[in-house]
Write a protein that binds this ligand. Structure first.
Ligand code: NAD
Length: 293
């Protein structure tokens, strides 16, 4: 049993913390939202009145926060100063690579190991404990974190040094954003050419056009009954989240001097979609915008 401070108990952090409690860990929960803390307490966590109180006596600190600025504020503002030397920090938020590396360096300077461990699998995966963790940071810290991550996820991949978990996450989601647009364009073109969606699916899902956006998350209703297209594009993975990750990928590409024209175009298209007020919809709903709807 480990003593864990869990900070950020939103849609993802709440169920992740609950899975740690279920695995008999002692979890001190803190969030700016009292409602989120109360929900964690109901699952068996103890409420902390602030970050410093949550971190006191903790062997591990886990954060699940919206963006890089929150992660920097929480660690550099309080956690690094309040934690005992040797405490392991695991940031599961999806944030920019640069902030991730810079906060990990500040933690290392204070004698603490820090891992970036963003996830994929959404709120369903967080509740079921089947998330994929993409982890960056030192080998010894990864070995220490692994048993805890296994209580929250199914696939745990060590991607290399600090920031590499974030790098893996944004590269993966750049593939997803671009491929969803490509699949959507193909279905739209097929319809205009008089080709039935199911027939295109039957061909492409067993041919070289095969990809996850097609076979698991098909953007038209019918071929994949569980895809959000069958429930009026209720998310799932929101377009706003997809835009966030595509913007992070573009920021990283600029910093690394990498040319990613399709990633840039996908970011532009999702930006138009979100600015039209469709951010809360599932990201596969972009087919409607591409179709002129
Ligand atoms: P959320 O907005 O539901 O939760 C974030 C929580 O952090 C909120 O409860 C908020 O009150 C809290 N918070 C913000 N600043 C804080 C502070 N200074 N101190 C304490 N608590 C603070 O967001 P979410 O959906 O849980 O996502 C969290 C992270 O996970 C994001 O980085 C997101 O990109 C990533 N992510 C989300 C999903 C998803 O499907 N929701 C999937 C994969 C990754």
């Amino acid at each position: 049993m480990a003593r864990i401070a869990f900070i950020g108990l939103g849609n993802m952090g709440g169920p992740m913390a609950a899975n740690l409690v279920k695995a008999q860990h002692q979890v001190a929960a803190y969030d700016l939202s009292q409602t989120a803390v109360a929900a964690a307490v109901e699952k068996g966590a103890s409420a902390a009145s602030g970050i410093a109180e949550a971190v006191k006596g903790a062997e591990v600190v886990i954060t699940m926060l919206p963006a890089g600025k929150h992660v920097r504020d929480v660690y550099e503002g309080t956690v690094i100063g309040a934690a005992a030397r040797g405490t392991l920090f695991i940031d599961c938020s999806t944030i920019d690579v640069e902030t991730s590396r810079s906060v990990a360096a500040a933690a290392a300077n204070a004698g603490m190991d820090m891992l970036d461990a963003p996830v994929s699998g959404g709120t369903g995966g967080a509740a079921a404990g089947t998330l994929t963790f993409m982890v960056g940071g030192p080998d010894a810290a990864f070995a220490r974190a692994r048993p805890l991550l296994e209580k929250m996820g199914k696939n745990i991949v060590h991607c290399g040094g600090s920031g590499n978990g974030q790098a893996a996450k944004i590269c993966n989601n750049m593939i997803l954003g671009v491929s969803m647009i490509a699949v959507s364009e193909a279905f739209m073109l097929a319809r205009r050419l008089g080709l039935d969606a199911q027939r295109l699916f039957d061909v492409a899902s067993t041919s070289s056009g095969q990809c996850w956006a097609l076979t698991s998350y098909c953007p038209v209703p019918g071929p994949v009954p569980a895809s959000p297209a069958n429930r009026d594009y209720q998310a799932g993975f929101t377009a706003a989240m997809m835009l966030k990750d595509l913007m992070l990928a573009q920021e990283a590409a600029r910093a690394a001097n990498a040319t990613t024209p399709l990633g840039a175009e996908a970011a532009q298209l999702y930006s138009l979609f979100v600015n039209a007020g469709r951010g809360p919809q599932d990201f596969s709903g972009i087919i409607r915008m591409l179709d002129g709807q």
